[in-house]
Write a protein that binds this ligand. Structure first.
Ligand code: NDP
Length: 326
């Protein structure tokens, strides 16, 4: 495993990490979740990503139970939670980024995950109804109390991040160290263009999500929706519409072209897509998702493919990607 600094912080994250969205507490049984987490840890993965909203808190319960029963030293791994969407209900103070919800959600996540500290705690989306100063202060206070070590954001605009940094500078608060944006061969603009100045000015780290576009970049949806796949999972119809709905035809055509390049490189399509993400020096860690151990083992092999992405290969990939990527 390769380890990278999370932005300008001293924290080292494995270049490939592992997340619980859709799978833990929902799509897969607990024994599979255990197998996945152990497979990841044994391969050197040191960061496990979670959120209050994943399976309405159940994903954290499942992960917490596995962590508790493992023999892993707490210092050997990082675990995150994210606040915004809520997990109990959607009463006014059970969602969003108010001080009340940020603090209560942190306490709930610590209990579910059965840890004393969240290594990373994210504002899962921006909350236009709460001043950034209030959210930043709440995050800072949790850090001072030792309940959180580092905080970050997810899918905040560059303008919102710039405001957060300015507030933290002005008030002497702990500033965010990382963003968690979507990044893959079909979704590039925010990571490559919008945040460009923030890498330089603030050393922003990125823990990127959906590196395989929820599976689209494995080729599994080329001829429809396989039974038991994420886009076949009850409750994920909205995602199926987003991934395979209007405008997906050119993307599916691009996926087939990426597959041909993968074949030329003597690798697989998922490994190519993940290696391409790893190649970006502004990516601190690529968060993997998997519903089966075989997928995870395959995806962990992406690290070996990075060196095959020569400038000539990248040029070919980027030409296909640029024509269709958001
Ligand atoms: P991916 O885009 O890699 O999608 C993962 C899914 O694709 C798997 O669950 C599996 O679904 C399928 N898949 C993965 N590898 C293979 C393979 N080799 N062969 C066939 N199918 C494969 O990542 P995620 O969307 O899961 O995102 C990763 C993590 O990022 C999440 O777990 C979460 O922690 C985080 N995240 C954060 C978000 C945010 O807003 N901050 C939003 C979304 C995710 P299946 O087998 O069911 O088809």
């Amino acid at each position: 495993m390769e380890y990278r600094s999370l932005g300008r912080s001293g924290l080292k994250v494995s270049a490939l990490s592992f997340g619980a969205w859709v799978t833990f507490g929902k799509q897969i049984g607990d024994p599979v979740a255990k197998k996945l987490l152990h497979t990841a840890y044994d391969a050197g993965v040191n960061f496990f990503d979670n959120a209050e909203a994943y399976a309405d808190g159940k994903a954290e319960l499942v992960m917490g139970d596995i962590l508790k029963k493992s023999s892993w030293r707490r210092s050997s791994y990082l675990v995150s939670s994210k606040v915004f969407f809520g997990w109990e209900d959607d009463k006014p103070n059970q969602v969003g980024l108010s001080r009340k919800h940020i603090v209560e959600a942190c306490h709930d996540a610590l209990k579910r995950l059965q840890v004393d500290t969240l290594d990373l705690y994210y504002c899962h989306r921006p909350d236009p109804s709460t001043p950034i100063e209030e959210s930043a202060r709440a995050m800072h206070d949790l850090i001072v109390q030792g309940k959180v070590l580092y905080w970050g954001t997810s899918e905040w605009s560059a303008a919102q991040l710039t405001e957060a940094f300015a507030v933290c500078d002005r008030l002497g608060l702990h500033a965010p160290v990382t963003e968690q944006p979507q990044y893959n061969l079909l979704h590039r603009t925010r990571v490559e263009k919008e945040y460009a100045t923030l890498y330089k000015a603030r050393g922003l780290g990125t823990t990127i999500w959906s590196p395989l576009a929820s599976g689209l970049l494995t080729g599994k949806y080329n001829d429809g929706v396989p039974a038991g796949s994420r886009l076949d999972t009850p409750g994920m119809e909205w995602l199926r519409d987003a991934v395979l709905g209007k405008g997906s035809k050119p993307k599916l055509a691009a996926v087939k072209k990426f597959a041909a390049i993968a074949k030329d490189l003597d690798t697989t399509l998922p490994r190519l897509g993940l290696a391409w993400c790893l190649k970006n020096p502004h990516v601190s860690t690529v968060i993997l998702g998997a519903s089966r151990a075989e997928q995870l083992v395959e995806n962990l092999g992406a690290l070996d493919v990075v060196s095959r992405l020569t400038p000539a290969v990248l040029k070919k990939i980027n030409a296909i990607s640029a024509a269709v990527a958001e």
